[in-house]
Design a protein around this ligand. Structure first.
Ligand code: SF4
Ligand code: ZN
Length: 304
């Protein structure tokens, strides 16, 4: 296959735009898309401190490399927060990978573990509480832990390696749970409070497959084993379905994401701050929309 731009040897075919690209033109397109997304959403200001939520997998590791490169041109500070859920060998390998990449780039990192934060590993909790959905518990702990660690590190933003596929899955998950307003916090904070460190997702316009190809072409080490609990996640089921549709109708993911951005704009016009009144959780004191926050409710429902 020949590159649609220069006629050179193509390394990838982008079905959604019916183009083939050589290494050089793919890299250009990829990095441009990343930078445009950062600009489009005003994700990073000069001098800010950005904490990357680093799993050691391909998305967050590629994000770390891209942000590192960008920070050399538009100075901002970069640190990595490596989360240890406590899921055995799979996690240990990814943590080693994450540490190695930070050392290669000279980025300081901190390992933050569920065990230190809530007093148990995910494996412990799931092993003793068969009724618990691992991903629901994991997601709630991770969100709170990253926020806490970023605040302690003095970070202005938390950068997450969510790609286009993740963004589309999140849209479906929120619709299926009848929680459309939660989508409003995807690109901007729902409530401006110093208690919440804003999250940014600079890869949301890039399909997962392109991130894997970019990592490969740049010799970026990525740990590719899958979390042992991924099979229980609604996200994984949606991923399969969306991939099937994308294969039949290329460009579907991009169209769903564009629709989401339009819906997000409309929804923002019809809600006000009054719709998001927060008070302190009666148990832990963190801001929440109900009497007791989701994390405390989940911790109450499990026995260890
Ligand atoms: Fe956590 Fe589920 Fe992701 Fe595993 S697949 S890391 S349990 S959210
Ligand atoms: Zn609480």
């Amino acid at each position: 296959m020949k590159c649609s731009k220069c006629g050179g040897y193509a390394v990838i075919t982008l079905h959604y735009s019916q183009t083939h690209l050589c290494r050089k033109h793919f890299m250009q397109m990829f990095e441009r898309k990343f930078k445009r997304t950062v600009r489009e959403f005003g994700m990073i200001k000069k001098g800010e401190k950005i904490a990357v939520g680093l799993s050691g997998g391909k998305d967050s590791t590629v994000l770390l490399h891209l942000l590192y490169k960008l920070s050399k041109k538009h100075p901002f500070e970069l640190i990595a927060l490596i989360v240890d859920e406590g899921t055995g060998e799979y996690r240990k390998k990814l943590i080693e990978n994450a540490k190695r990449e930070c050392n290669i780039l000279g980025i300081s990192f901190k390992i933050v573990s569920y065990a230190d934060f809530v007093g148990f590993t995910l494996n412990d909790a799931v092993g003793k509480n068969k009724q618990v959905n691992p991903c629901s518990l994991c997601g709630v702990i991770r969100r709170r832990l990253l926020n806490k660690a970023a605040k302690e590190a003095g970070a202005d933003k938390i950068a997450i390696g969510h790609n286009l596929d993740d963004a589309v899955q999140t849209v479906f998950m929120n619709l299926m749970r009848n929680e459309p307003l939660r989508l409003l916090r995807y690109n901007e904070p729902l409530v401006n409070s110093p208690e919440f460190v804003q999250r940014i997702r600079p890869l949301i316009r890039i399909p997962e497959k392109e991130i894997a190809v970019y990592a490969l072409l740049n010799g970026i080490n990525t740990g590719e084993s899958e979390c042992p609990y991924a099979q229980y996640s609604l996200r994984k089921e949606i991923k399969h379905k969306v991939n099937e549709i994308e294969e039949k109708y290329p460009g579907t993911k991009l169209k769903i994401f564009s629709s989401f951005l339009q819906m997000e704009k409309l929804m923002r016009q019809s809600v006000s701050d009054k719709d998001f009144v927060l008070s302190k959780c009666k148990k832990c004191g963190e801001l929440t929309s109900s009497d007791v926050c989701m994390l405390c409710r989940m911790l109450d429902s499990i026995s260890l």
